[in-house]
Design a protein around this ligand. Structure first.
Ligand code: URA
Length: 236
């Protein structure tokens, strides 16, 4: 028997694609304001199939597509949906329903730079999943001069305090005695700070410049954001 197309009750569909509550949606349906595939229906349980056109007073309603943004995170903001003490990166967005978005890979409160925000869980999983080994590049300022052996140690992997496995090979490009670019393919807790701590050094500034092929846009001031381009979205 052919499998039938997935459907959603009309009242739930309306509550999903508009700001109406389920009870307001029911009222609109019963009042004959809603048409599915050009036919008015007054049944709140009417099954809407994928691809069906639903209109409200003649205006076509579209389910919102997934959203993708890059943000230049300032210090002092946390990458969380809610925080009792601090502002969150979602507070920087001027978008509808910002609470539906999440950061694909967190930064510490004092770390600045590239944060990707989306409501597409599969897409963000491709960035954060340890199996996918997505490279992240950080510009790091250090308290002490970088040890001659650190490039080699990071390339081989180092043991972080309290972790059993060595870090995966990482690339360190030394830019000055106390400045470097570090590319890592994992996202362990405080990873960059702990890697330098393992070398007897301390991170004083940390700025994420890139995630995979997505580079932080130079035009974005701290706290500013923009939608990702199709090419950036597809690069993940
Ligand atoms: N590594 C850290 O230590 N902190 C960050 O915010 C990101 C990577």
């Amino acid at each position: 028997m052919p499998k039938s197309a997935p459907t959603m009750r009309l009242d739930r569909y309306l509550a999903t694609v508009t700001d109406y509550s389920r009870s307001e949606a029911k009222r609109l349906i019963k009042a004959g304001e809603i048409a599915v595939a050009d036919r008015v229906t007054t049944d709140p349980g009417y099954p809407v199939a994928d691809g069906d056109d639903v209109s409200l007073q003649g205006h076509l309603l579209r389910p919102p597509g997934p959203r993708y943004f890059m943000l230049n995170k300032p210090p002092g903001y946390v990458c969380a949906a809610k925080d009792r003490r601090h502002l969150t990166v979602l507070d920087l967005l001027d978008e509808d329903n910002p609470e539906r978005l999440h950061a694909a890979g967190r930064l510490d409160i004092d770390t600045t730079g590239l944060v990707l925000l989306t409501d597409d869980g599969q897409w963000s999983h491709a960035i954060t999943s340890p199996q996918r080994q997505c490279w992240k590049r950080y510009r790091v300022g250090l308290a002490e001069d970088i040890n001659d052996k650190t490039v080699e140690h990071f390339a081989r992997g180092v043991f972080l305090k309290d972790d059993k496995a060595r870090t995966l090979p990482a690339e360190l490009e030394v830019l000055g005695p106390r400045e470097a670019l570090l590319s890592i393919q994992e996202g362990r807790y405080h990873q960059v700070k702990r890697m330098f701590a393992a070398e007897g050094n301390a991170v004083v500034t940390l700025h994420r410049e890139a995630i995979g092929a997505i580079e932080l846009d130079d035009d974005l001031d701290e706290g500013a954001y923009r939608p990702l381009t199709k090419e950036e979205i597809d690069s993940v």
